[in-house]
Every structure is written in C-alpha cells, then in structure tokens.
Design a protein around this ligand. Structure first.
Ligand code: PLP
Length: 315
C-alpha cells in the first residue's frame, strides 16, 4: 500500500500547552488539531459506556508497520458493532498518514477509533447516535521500558478473570479495560511490573495491551481463545513460519507458562518483549532466551521490508 497525498491539509497554529498532552496531531470532526484540542462530548457513548472500537498501529523510522492488517481489523470491529464512518479503507489510511506527517514524528503510536457517538436528545437507543471517527498520532510508547526490554519484564498472574469472549468478542478491539487496569494495580502490589490475566477456565489469556507466548523445547504456544488476535502475535506466527519454528495457538495452562524455557509478550506498543520473572520466580534461568532474541531481531528487521511497511511522506 502506498499513499502519497498530493497536498497535506493545513493545521492552524494555536496556543498549546506543550506539557498538558503528548505532542501530536489528531483528526476529529473533519479537522486536524493539536492533541490538546481534540475533545469530545461527555455525552458520547464511547465515554459513558465504553461503546467504541479502535486500533493502534505504529510508525517506526518513518514508516507504518503492517498498516493494512490494522485497518482490516478496525473495519471488522466497526462492522460487528454496527458502526459506520464516512471513510473507506483508503480514506482512513490517508487520514492516519496525514496525522503522522503533520506531527513530524518518525516513531509514533497511531490510533484510529470510532465511538457510538451522542444523540441530540440523549436517547437511550444506540441507533439514534451519530458514530464519531477520530484518529491521532503521538510519540511511540512501549509496554516495557528500555531496562525491562534488556533484562525482561517481571510479571504477576492476576486472580481476575479476563472478560469472557461470550460477553465481549475480544476480536473487536475495545476499551473494556477495568479488569486489565485492576490487574495492573494487583501486579504493582505484588512488586511486579505488569499483569497476566487468566480466562474463565483458569488458563492464561492476555495482559494490559499484549498477548503472551511460552517457548518449550523450541516450540511456541500462545492462548488460542479469549484474547485479542494481536497483529504482533500474527507477526510472530509469520516470522516462525519463515524461520522454520513451530508456533501454535492452543490452551496455555499456568503450569505450562511457569515451566516454559522462555516467555515473551507481544504488542504494537513495544513489539516482542521478554518476560524473565513470573510471580517472583525466574522463568528458567531468569535470562532473556535465544528464541525470544532471535524473533525480536527478526521483527525489527521486518520494519525495513516493503511488504510489511509503508513509508510516510513528511512535508
Ligand atoms: N491484547 C489486548 C487486550 C490489547 O489491547 C492489545 C493491543 O493493544 C494486544 C493484545 C496486542 O495486540 P497488537 O499486537 O495488535 O498490538
């Protein structure tokens, strides 16, 4: 996919408090705005009921990574939630591109989202609301900080059950995050840095913004159900296929995770990130493992592959 808008839209210079919001550009109600001015009504169902879907893609070294897959997942979420927006895939691609180009960021966290919106008479019927599309580009952020990336994350297994797929289809990327946020606080109380939540049957599900993989005897396993089908998770499958490694989506028990040779998590916000401690105990020898390192290197190398990336044209 190659998008080169002829001309970038104008963005009005306005007074902005640079400390109040991350620097970046948003698209809202047909306008490109500084982040600090991208605001929505408190009557929007997205805010009142978490009635929204979204997707996040990153830009690395001035190029989008696997944007087509993120756009596809976003449109699938819109359809399943019966939302509609006045843009097609090419239109959304161009808006995201413009947000990044106008922001000037060469490494960015780029989000597209749609809320149910609000209705003029505060109707309780979601069909009366006007769906609202927004997008923004802010500096790239990662689940793991540089020190954690180097030595591996310390994770705690939460006693909270991840929202079951029978309640909310996790393939619709959503903001139902209270279980994940409470899990994070539980993790901090346990001197860990992030949390892993279990599913309704007590098997491993996912964490706040990431999927998880266990490596045992050179084979990779990741939870099959009850999780967002992450694009980074998909990239791991693609990289394993290229490298001749076996990767499967299966039931991952807590015992399988605790007994793994290596554990890593995956997210657009950070890529492939090692886990070296679970509930205070080392994973294997407590060091970042060779399969994780190999896949992580291959993942970042793919950012220069034209089949997996799309350059941004900056003004
Ligand atoms: N699981 C959840 C709940 C997420 O919110 C995310 C990303 O935000 C992921 C997994 C990882 O998905 P991706 O690799 O597409 O970023």
């Amino acid at each position: 996919m190659d998008v080169k808008p002829q001309q970038l839209p104008a963005i009005e210079p306005r007074h902005v408090d640079p400390h109040a919001y991350p620097q970046g550009i948003a698209f809202l109600d047909g306008q490109y705005l500084p982040m600090s001015e991208a605001k929505i009504s408190v009557l929007d169902w997205g805010f009142l009921h978490s009635d929204a879907t979204y997707d996040t893609v990153h830009v690395w070294n001035g190029a989008f990574f696997r944007l087509d897959l993120h756009i596809e997942r976003f449109f699938s979420g819109l359809e399943r939630l019966r939302m509609s927006i006045p843009f097609d895939r090419a239109g959304v691609t161009e808006i995201l591109h413009n947000c990044v180009a106008l922001s000037g960021h060469r490494s960015a966290y780029v989000e597209m989202l749609c809320t149910r919106g609000a209705s003029p008479n505060f109707s309780r019927d979601p069909r009366d609301a006007t769906n609202r599309f927004m997008a923004f580009a802010v500096p790239f952020g990662s689940v793991a900080n540089p020190e954690q990336l180097e030595r591996g994350l310390h994770v705690s297994i939460s006693q909270r059950v991840r929202i079951p797929p029978a309640s909310i289809d996790p393939a619709i990327k959503n903001y139902h995050w209270l279980d994940l946020v409470c899990g994070l606080y539980d993790a901090y109380d346990n001197n860990a840095e992030t949390a892993l939540l279990l599913d309704f049957n007590g098997n491993v599900a996912e964490g706040p913004g990431f999927n998880v993989f266990a490596v045992k005897n050179g084979r990779l396993a990741t939870p099959a159900t009850g999780v967002l089908p992450g694009i980074t998770r998909r990239s791991v499958f693609d990289l394993c296929a290229e490298a001749g490694l076996v990767a499967e989506a299966v039931i991952v028990s807590v015992d399988a995770l605790l007994g793994a040779d290596e554990v890593f998590i995956t997210s657009t916000a950070g890529g492939i990130m090692p886990v070296t401690k679970i509930d205070g105990t080392d994973v294997a020898n407590g060091k970042v493992g060779p399969v994780t390192t190999r896949l992580k290197d291959a993942y970042w190398a793919k950012h220069d592959d034209p089949d997996w990336s799309m350059p941004v044209t900056y003004p």
